[in-house]
Design a binder for this molecule. Structure first.
Ligand code: NDP
Length: 236
């Protein structure tokens, strides 16, 4: 039976690139996002054996239903990637409470819910989880306090869970990207940020995906935060 990898946020950007790499390696992919049509298109381009699911990670019932469906249709999920995420950038004094909540619910609570739902199977069979954080969760940034809180929280959550479940042969790691070319950053002017990035450019989704796949498949690495930022952390 194929090994199954669920990628939340796998329909676009970094998650989609992870799904492409994992499909090439022979895994069976579950591509999960809110927009089912886009998720179906992403799954379709990987080939016949992969499937798409619609789910809002911020909603517990949605997450539970999605795990039930995935396990019924694809089999046990032993590889989990949390790449679903949003940003609502603004200075704290101008940030609406609903935007704080939506970032915390999608970026932090969402990953906590998917990890919890995955435990049922993983506790029996082992597993590997990669949560996609952000360099902003480690360093902070003007205009991103709520986003940074959600991504910083994800590090604490992932390291704690790594300790809790290591004895069950479940590993939990984080990849913390810098600026990456995706829909999330398409409104940013690369020229403006380039000078603070030692490698002098934004990264590509595939460059982050390689780090995610490395951690998914590294049997002796857990509780690690792998920064993939072109050296940005050296300058900010
Ligand atoms: P994109 O906007 O390109 O893709 C986001 C993905 O998440 C889509 O598949 C989207 O599908 C899905 N998604 C968003 N909200 C939800 C939700 N509530 N439930 C389920 N799926 C959801 O973003 P990126 O690929 O750039 O970002 C991926 C991750 O990487 C995010 O966590 C982001 O914070 C993080 N990151 C990105 C950086 C960058 O520079 N791009 C830098 C650092 C971190 P749909 O809208 O259909 O739900």
């Amino acid at each position: 039976m194929d090994k199954v990898c669920a990628v939340f946020g796998g329909s676009r950007g970094i998650g989609r690139a992870v799904a492409q790499l994992m499909a090439k390696k022979g895994y069976r992919l579950a591509i999960i996002a809110r927009n089912l049509e886009v998720a179906k298109a992403a799954a379709g381009e990987l080939g016949g054996k992969h499937m798409a699911f619609s789910c809002d990670v911020a909603k517990e019932q949605d997450v539970q239903n999605t795990f039930e469906e995935m396990e019924k249709l694809l089999g046990p999920v032993n590889f989990l990637v949390n790449a679903a995420g949003i940003n609502r950038d603004s200075l704290l004094v101008r940030t609406k409470t609903e935007d704080m909540i939506s970032q915390l619910h999608t970026n932090l609570l969402g990953s906590m819910l998917t990890c919890k739902a995955a435990m049922r199977t993983m506790i029996q069979q082992g597993g590997s989880i990669v949560n996609v954080g952000s360099i902003i969760g480690l360093k902070g940034n003007v205009g991103q306090a709520a986003y940074s809180a959600s991504k910083g929280g994800l590090v604490g959550f992932s390291r704690s869970l790594a300790k809790e479940v290591a004895r069950k042969k479940i590993r939990v790691n984080v990849v913390a990207p810098g600026f990456i070319h995706t829909d999330m950053t398409k409104h940013l002017k690369e020229e403006h940020f380039k000078k603070s990035i030692p490698l002098g450019r934004f990264g590509e989704a595939l460059e982050v995906a390689h780090a995610v796949v490395f951690l998914l498949e590294s049997p002796y690495v857990t509780g690690h935060v792998l920064v993939v930022d072109g050296g940005l952390q050296l300058t900010i």
